[in-house]
Design a protein around this ligand. Structure first.
Ligand SMILES: NC(=O)c1ccc[n+]([C@@H]2O[C@H](COP(=O)([O-])OP(=O)(O)OC[C@H]3O[C@@H](n4cnc5c(N)ncnc54)[C@H](OP(=O)(O)O)[C@@H]3O)[C@@H](O)[C@H]2O)c1
Length: 327
Protein backbone atom coordinates (compact mmCIF):
# COMPACT_ATOMS: atom_id res chain seq x y z
CA UNK A 1 0.00 0.00 0.00
CA UNK A 2 0.99 3.67 -0.36
CA UNK A 3 1.85 5.52 2.84
CA UNK A 4 3.57 8.79 3.73
CA UNK A 5 6.49 8.07 6.02
CA UNK A 6 8.68 10.12 8.32
CA UNK A 7 12.18 8.63 8.73
CA UNK A 8 13.86 11.66 10.29
CA UNK A 9 12.50 14.75 12.04
CA UNK A 10 12.12 18.06 10.26
CA UNK A 11 9.62 20.30 8.45
CA UNK A 12 6.74 18.26 6.93
CA UNK A 13 7.56 19.17 3.33
CA UNK A 14 11.20 18.08 3.87
CA UNK A 15 10.79 14.79 5.73
CA UNK A 16 7.62 13.19 4.36
CA UNK A 17 8.26 10.48 1.73
CA UNK A 18 5.59 8.56 -0.16
CA UNK A 19 6.56 4.88 0.14
CA UNK A 20 5.22 1.48 -0.84
CA UNK A 21 4.93 -0.44 2.46
CA UNK A 22 3.27 -3.69 3.65
CA UNK A 23 -0.35 -3.39 4.79
CA UNK A 24 -0.40 -3.54 8.62
CA UNK A 25 -2.04 -6.50 10.37
CA UNK A 26 -4.53 -5.77 13.17
CA UNK A 27 -3.32 -7.09 16.52
CA UNK A 28 -5.43 -7.68 19.67
CA UNK A 29 -7.81 -4.77 20.24
CA UNK A 30 -7.10 -3.31 16.80
CA UNK A 31 -8.99 -2.62 13.58
CA UNK A 32 -7.51 -2.46 10.10
CA UNK A 33 -9.37 0.19 8.10
CA UNK A 34 -9.29 1.40 4.51
CA UNK A 35 -8.81 5.15 4.79
CA UNK A 36 -11.82 6.91 3.26
CA UNK A 37 -10.68 10.38 4.36
CA UNK A 38 -7.86 11.63 6.62
CA UNK A 39 -8.07 14.99 8.41
CA UNK A 40 -5.05 17.27 8.82
CA UNK A 41 -4.40 18.31 12.43
CA UNK A 42 -1.76 20.65 13.85
CA UNK A 43 -0.16 17.74 15.78
CA UNK A 44 0.67 16.11 12.41
CA UNK A 45 3.17 18.92 11.81
CA UNK A 46 4.53 18.56 15.35
CA UNK A 47 4.90 14.78 14.83
CA UNK A 48 6.99 15.42 11.70
CA UNK A 49 9.17 17.84 13.68
CA UNK A 50 9.51 15.43 16.61
CA UNK A 51 8.14 18.08 18.97
CA UNK A 52 4.77 16.46 19.79
CA UNK A 53 4.14 14.89 23.21
CA UNK A 54 4.01 11.50 21.42
CA UNK A 55 7.09 10.33 19.46
CA UNK A 56 6.35 7.11 17.58
CA UNK A 57 9.34 5.01 16.53
CA UNK A 58 10.88 6.01 13.16
CA UNK A 59 9.83 5.45 10.46
CA UNK A 60 6.15 6.18 11.07
CA UNK A 61 3.12 7.30 9.11
CA UNK A 62 1.45 10.45 10.53
CA UNK A 63 -2.24 11.31 10.23
CA UNK A 64 -3.86 11.25 13.64
CA UNK A 65 -7.53 11.28 12.61
CA UNK A 66 -9.67 9.64 9.96
CA UNK A 67 -12.88 8.19 8.62
CA UNK A 68 -12.36 4.62 7.48
CA UNK A 69 -14.05 1.40 6.44
CA UNK A 70 -13.27 -1.64 8.60
CA UNK A 71 -11.43 -4.29 6.56
CA UNK A 72 -10.30 -6.71 9.29
CA UNK A 73 -10.54 -6.94 13.08
CA UNK A 74 -7.98 -8.16 15.63
CA UNK A 75 -8.36 -11.60 17.25
CA UNK A 76 -10.31 -10.51 20.35
CA UNK A 77 -12.32 -7.62 18.85
CA UNK A 78 -16.10 -7.67 19.11
CA UNK A 79 -18.66 -5.09 18.04
CA UNK A 80 -17.08 -4.28 14.64
CA UNK A 81 -17.42 -6.03 11.29
CA UNK A 82 -15.82 -5.54 7.88
CA UNK A 83 -17.70 -2.81 6.04
CA UNK A 84 -18.46 -0.65 9.11
CA UNK A 85 -17.85 3.07 8.52
CA UNK A 86 -15.98 4.43 11.54
CA UNK A 87 -14.18 7.53 12.80
CA UNK A 88 -11.56 8.24 15.41
CA UNK A 89 -7.83 8.40 15.96
CA UNK A 90 -5.24 6.25 14.25
CA UNK A 91 -2.81 3.95 16.05
CA UNK A 92 0.64 5.36 15.31
CA UNK A 93 2.99 4.36 13.76
CA UNK A 94 0.26 3.21 11.29
CA UNK A 95 -1.35 6.64 10.81
CA UNK A 96 -4.00 7.88 8.41
CA UNK A 97 -1.88 9.44 5.64
CA UNK A 98 -1.95 6.10 3.82
CA UNK A 99 -4.33 3.79 2.00
CA UNK A 100 -4.84 1.67 5.14
CA UNK A 101 -4.42 2.47 8.84
CA UNK A 102 -4.81 0.86 12.25
CA UNK A 103 -7.32 2.06 14.87
CA UNK A 104 -7.93 1.03 18.49
CA UNK A 105 -11.31 -0.71 18.71
CA UNK A 106 -12.09 0.67 22.19
CA UNK A 107 -11.67 4.26 21.00
CA UNK A 108 -13.29 3.98 17.57
CA UNK A 109 -16.77 5.42 17.00
CA UNK A 110 -19.45 4.87 14.35
CA UNK A 111 -19.36 7.60 11.67
CA UNK A 112 -22.40 9.91 11.97
CA UNK A 113 -24.83 8.82 9.24
CA UNK A 114 -25.57 12.32 7.96
CA UNK A 115 -21.93 13.20 7.29
CA UNK A 116 -19.99 12.23 4.17
CA UNK A 117 -16.52 10.72 4.52
CA UNK A 118 -14.70 14.07 4.25
CA UNK A 119 -16.92 15.70 6.88
CA UNK A 120 -16.79 12.70 9.19
CA UNK A 121 -12.96 12.53 9.19
CA UNK A 122 -12.36 15.66 11.34
CA UNK A 123 -15.52 15.26 13.42
CA UNK A 124 -13.91 13.44 16.32
CA UNK A 125 -10.98 15.52 17.61
CA UNK A 126 -12.43 18.94 16.76
CA UNK A 127 -15.74 18.55 18.54
CA UNK A 128 -14.66 16.22 21.33
CA UNK A 129 -11.95 18.74 22.28
CA UNK A 130 -14.47 21.58 22.09
CA UNK A 131 -17.13 19.75 24.05
CA UNK A 132 -14.83 18.58 26.87
CA UNK A 133 -13.23 22.01 27.04
CA UNK A 134 -16.35 24.13 27.00
CA UNK A 135 -18.65 21.89 29.04
CA UNK A 136 -16.66 19.52 31.25
CA UNK A 137 -13.72 21.82 32.01
CA UNK A 138 -15.10 25.34 31.71
CA UNK A 139 -18.80 24.79 32.53
CA UNK A 140 -20.01 27.18 29.83
CA UNK A 141 -23.65 28.19 30.34
CA UNK A 142 -26.25 29.83 28.11
CA UNK A 143 -25.99 33.60 28.07
CA UNK A 144 -22.27 33.66 28.86
CA UNK A 145 -19.72 35.27 26.55
CA UNK A 146 -17.21 32.92 24.90
CA UNK A 147 -14.03 34.26 23.29
CA UNK A 148 -12.49 31.87 20.73
CA UNK A 149 -8.97 32.38 19.36
CA UNK A 150 -8.15 31.07 15.85
CA UNK A 151 -11.92 30.96 15.37
CA UNK A 152 -11.69 30.10 11.67
CA UNK A 153 -9.20 27.26 12.29
CA UNK A 154 -9.75 23.59 13.08
CA UNK A 155 -10.59 23.32 16.76
CA UNK A 156 -11.58 27.01 16.83
CA UNK A 157 -14.31 26.58 14.21
CA UNK A 158 -15.72 23.70 16.25
CA UNK A 159 -15.67 25.77 19.44
CA UNK A 160 -17.60 28.59 17.73
CA UNK A 161 -20.33 26.17 16.65
CA UNK A 162 -20.49 24.41 20.03
CA UNK A 163 -20.56 27.77 21.83
CA UNK A 164 -23.53 28.90 19.76
CA UNK A 165 -25.23 25.51 20.28
CA UNK A 166 -24.82 26.05 24.05
CA UNK A 167 -26.52 29.45 23.87
CA UNK A 168 -23.39 31.53 24.46
CA UNK A 169 -22.52 34.80 22.78
CA UNK A 170 -19.41 34.06 20.74
CA UNK A 171 -16.58 36.46 19.95
CA UNK A 172 -14.12 35.05 17.39
CA UNK A 173 -10.54 36.29 16.97
CA UNK A 174 -8.92 35.60 13.58
CA UNK A 175 -5.90 36.64 11.51
CA UNK A 176 -7.07 38.48 8.39
CA UNK A 177 -10.24 39.54 6.57
CA UNK A 178 -10.80 36.22 4.76
CA UNK A 179 -10.75 34.33 8.05
CA UNK A 180 -13.08 36.99 9.52
CA UNK A 181 -15.65 36.14 6.84
CA UNK A 182 -15.27 32.43 7.67
CA UNK A 183 -15.82 33.06 11.40
CA UNK A 184 -18.93 35.11 10.66
CA UNK A 185 -20.32 32.33 8.47
CA UNK A 186 -19.67 29.87 11.31
CA UNK A 187 -22.01 31.93 13.49
CA UNK A 188 -19.70 34.10 15.60
CA UNK A 189 -21.67 37.10 16.90
CA UNK A 190 -18.63 39.39 16.95
CA UNK A 191 -15.45 38.89 14.91
CA UNK A 192 -12.10 40.56 15.58
CA UNK A 193 -9.30 40.63 12.99
CA UNK A 194 -6.20 40.53 15.21
CA UNK A 195 -4.12 42.08 12.41
CA UNK A 196 -6.08 45.32 12.49
CA UNK A 197 -7.97 45.40 15.84
CA UNK A 198 -7.22 44.95 19.55
CA UNK A 199 -9.40 42.08 20.77
CA UNK A 200 -9.09 43.23 24.41
CA UNK A 201 -10.73 46.57 23.57
CA UNK A 202 -13.47 44.88 21.52
CA UNK A 203 -14.28 42.32 24.25
CA UNK A 204 -14.50 45.05 26.88
CA UNK A 205 -16.63 47.18 24.58
CA UNK A 206 -19.20 44.51 23.68
CA UNK A 207 -19.48 43.17 27.25
CA UNK A 208 -19.91 46.59 28.87
CA UNK A 209 -16.49 46.25 30.54
CA UNK A 210 -17.24 42.86 32.13
CA UNK A 211 -15.06 40.70 29.88
CA UNK A 212 -15.38 37.16 28.48
CA UNK A 213 -16.64 34.40 30.78
CA UNK A 214 -14.78 31.66 28.91
CA UNK A 215 -11.75 31.93 26.62
CA UNK A 216 -10.93 29.02 24.26
CA UNK A 217 -7.24 29.38 23.43
CA UNK A 218 -5.50 27.02 20.96
CA UNK A 219 -2.86 29.70 20.16
CA UNK A 220 -0.97 30.61 23.37
CA UNK A 221 1.59 33.43 23.44
CA UNK A 222 0.02 36.87 23.22
CA UNK A 223 -3.43 35.37 22.70
CA UNK A 224 -3.21 33.99 26.26
CA UNK A 225 -1.42 36.97 27.79
CA UNK A 226 -3.88 39.49 26.33
CA UNK A 227 -6.86 37.28 27.28
CA UNK A 228 -6.02 37.83 30.95
CA UNK A 229 -6.74 41.52 30.32
CA UNK A 230 -10.33 40.86 29.24
CA UNK A 231 -11.38 37.84 31.30
CA UNK A 232 -14.51 38.33 33.41
CA UNK A 233 -14.85 37.99 37.19
CA UNK A 234 -14.91 34.19 37.77
CA UNK A 235 -13.98 33.65 34.11
CA UNK A 236 -12.19 30.53 32.80
CA UNK A 237 -9.31 30.57 30.32
CA UNK A 238 -9.02 27.19 28.58
CA UNK A 239 -5.44 26.30 27.66
CA UNK A 240 -6.04 24.24 24.50
CA UNK A 241 -2.79 24.57 22.56
CA UNK A 242 0.18 26.66 21.46
CA UNK A 243 -0.18 27.04 17.69
CA UNK A 244 1.85 30.26 17.94
CA UNK A 245 4.81 28.20 19.17
CA UNK A 246 4.97 30.39 22.30
CA UNK A 247 4.10 28.64 25.59
CA UNK A 248 3.28 31.53 27.94
CA UNK A 249 3.76 31.66 31.70
CA UNK A 250 0.84 32.66 33.90
CA UNK A 251 1.03 35.47 36.47
CA UNK A 252 -0.71 33.74 39.38
CA UNK A 253 -0.98 36.96 41.38
CA UNK A 254 -3.07 38.33 38.51
CA UNK A 255 -5.35 35.25 38.54
CA UNK A 256 -5.77 35.71 42.30
CA UNK A 257 -6.50 39.42 42.16
CA UNK A 258 -9.04 39.11 39.32
CA UNK A 259 -10.67 35.82 40.45
CA UNK A 260 -10.26 33.90 37.20
CA UNK A 261 -9.23 30.30 36.47
CA UNK A 262 -6.61 28.96 34.09
CA UNK A 263 -7.91 25.57 33.02
CA UNK A 264 -5.75 22.99 31.23
CA UNK A 265 -7.30 20.72 28.62
CA UNK A 266 -5.76 17.48 27.33
CA UNK A 267 -8.67 15.75 25.64
CA UNK A 268 -6.64 12.62 24.82
CA UNK A 269 -6.39 11.79 28.53
CA UNK A 270 -10.16 11.29 28.68
CA UNK A 271 -9.76 8.46 26.15
CA UNK A 272 -7.45 6.69 28.62
CA UNK A 273 -9.05 7.62 31.94
CA UNK A 274 -12.75 7.90 31.15
CA UNK A 275 -13.55 6.29 27.78
CA UNK A 276 -17.23 6.05 28.71
CA UNK A 277 -17.48 9.83 28.79
CA UNK A 278 -15.90 9.99 25.31
CA UNK A 279 -18.59 7.61 24.01
CA UNK A 280 -21.33 9.65 25.74
CA UNK A 281 -19.87 12.78 24.17
CA UNK A 282 -19.89 11.10 20.74
CA UNK A 283 -23.60 10.33 21.14
CA UNK A 284 -24.31 13.95 22.07
CA UNK A 285 -22.19 15.30 19.19
CA UNK A 286 -23.90 12.92 16.75
CA UNK A 287 -27.25 14.27 17.96
CA UNK A 288 -26.06 17.88 17.51
CA UNK A 289 -24.84 17.06 13.98
CA UNK A 290 -28.15 15.42 13.08
CA UNK A 291 -29.97 18.52 14.37
CA UNK A 292 -27.78 20.74 12.18
CA UNK A 293 -26.20 22.56 15.14
CA UNK A 294 -22.64 21.52 14.22
CA UNK A 295 -21.07 20.63 10.87
CA UNK A 296 -17.34 20.35 10.14
CA UNK A 297 -15.99 23.12 7.94
CA UNK A 298 -14.03 21.41 5.16
CA UNK A 299 -12.03 24.05 3.31
CA UNK A 300 -10.11 21.72 0.97
CA UNK A 301 -10.48 18.13 -0.25
CA UNK A 302 -7.06 17.06 -1.52
CA UNK A 303 -5.48 13.90 -2.95
CA UNK A 304 -3.05 11.91 -0.81
CA UNK A 305 -0.19 13.34 -2.91
CA UNK A 306 -0.80 16.78 -1.36
CA UNK A 307 -0.14 15.76 2.27
CA UNK A 308 3.25 17.55 2.70
CA UNK A 309 2.03 20.85 1.27
CA UNK A 310 -1.26 20.71 3.19
CA UNK A 311 0.45 20.05 6.52
CA UNK A 312 2.98 22.81 5.82
CA UNK A 313 0.19 25.35 5.19
CA UNK A 314 -1.71 24.23 8.30
CA UNK A 315 1.44 24.70 10.39
CA UNK A 316 2.02 28.13 8.82
CA UNK A 317 -1.44 29.22 9.98
CA UNK A 318 -2.79 29.93 6.50
CA UNK A 319 -5.61 27.34 6.35
CA UNK A 320 -9.20 27.58 7.53
CA UNK A 321 -11.43 24.85 8.94
CA UNK A 322 -10.05 21.43 8.10
CA UNK A 323 -8.08 20.14 5.13
CA UNK A 324 -9.02 16.56 4.29
CA UNK A 325 -7.00 14.08 2.22
CA UNK A 326 -8.85 11.51 0.12
CA UNK A 327 -6.66 8.49 -0.80
N1 LIG B 1 -5.75 20.32 24.21
C1 LIG B 1 -6.18 19.38 23.38
O1 LIG B 1 -6.64 18.33 23.81
C2 LIG B 1 -6.07 19.63 21.90
C3 LIG B 1 -6.82 18.88 20.99
C4 LIG B 1 -6.73 19.19 19.63
C5 LIG B 1 -5.88 20.22 19.22
N2 LIG B 1 -5.14 20.90 20.14
C6 LIG B 1 -4.23 21.99 19.75
O2 LIG B 1 -4.99 23.04 19.20
C7 LIG B 1 -4.14 23.83 18.37
C8 LIG B 1 -4.85 24.11 17.06
O3 LIG B 1 -4.92 22.92 16.28
P1 LIG B 1 -5.70 22.89 14.88
O4 LIG B 1 -5.32 21.62 14.23
O5 LIG B 1 -7.12 23.18 15.10
O6 LIG B 1 -4.98 24.09 14.08
P2 LIG B 1 -5.68 25.43 13.50
O7 LIG B 1 -6.37 26.14 14.60
O8 LIG B 1 -6.46 25.08 12.29
O9 LIG B 1 -4.39 26.25 13.03
C9 LIG B 1 -3.71 27.07 13.93
C10 LIG B 1 -4.25 28.52 13.91
O10 LIG B 1 -3.59 29.23 14.95
C11 LIG B 1 -3.47 30.60 14.58
N3 LIG B 1 -2.11 31.07 14.76
C12 LIG B 1 -1.75 32.17 15.47
N4 LIG B 1 -0.43 32.34 15.45
C13 LIG B 1 0.07 31.33 14.69
C14 LIG B 1 1.41 30.99 14.29
N5 LIG B 1 2.48 31.70 14.68
N6 LIG B 1 1.58 29.88 13.51
C15 LIG B 1 0.54 29.11 13.14
N7 LIG B 1 -0.75 29.41 13.50
C16 LIG B 1 -0.97 30.51 14.27
C17 LIG B 1 -3.90 30.72 13.10
O11 LIG B 1 -5.22 31.28 13.09
P3 LIG B 1 -5.44 32.88 13.05
O12 LIG B 1 -4.51 33.41 11.99
O13 LIG B 1 -6.88 33.03 12.68
O14 LIG B 1 -5.12 33.38 14.41
C18 LIG B 1 -3.93 29.28 12.64
O15 LIG B 1 -4.89 29.08 11.61
C19 LIG B 1 -2.82 23.05 18.23
O16 LIG B 1 -1.86 23.60 19.11
C20 LIG B 1 -3.22 21.65 18.67
O17 LIG B 1 -2.10 20.92 19.17
C21 LIG B 1 -5.23 20.62 21.46
Amino acid sequence: MKAWQVSQYGEPQDVLDLAEVPRPEPGPGQLLVRVLAAAANFPDALLCRGTYQVRPPLPFTPGVELCGEVVAVGPDVTGFSPGDRVIGGSLLPSGAFAEYALMGAALTMPAPAGLGDAEAAPFHITYQTGWFGLHRRAGLTAGETLLVHAAAGGVGSGAVQLGKAAGARVIGVVGGPEKAAVARDLGADVVVDRHSEDFVAVVKDVTGGRGADVVYDPVGGDAFRRSTKCIAFEGRILVVGFASGDIPSAALNHALVKNYSIVGLHWGLYQQRDPGSVRDCHAELTRLAAAGAIRPLISERLPLADVPDGIRRLADGSTTGRIVFLP
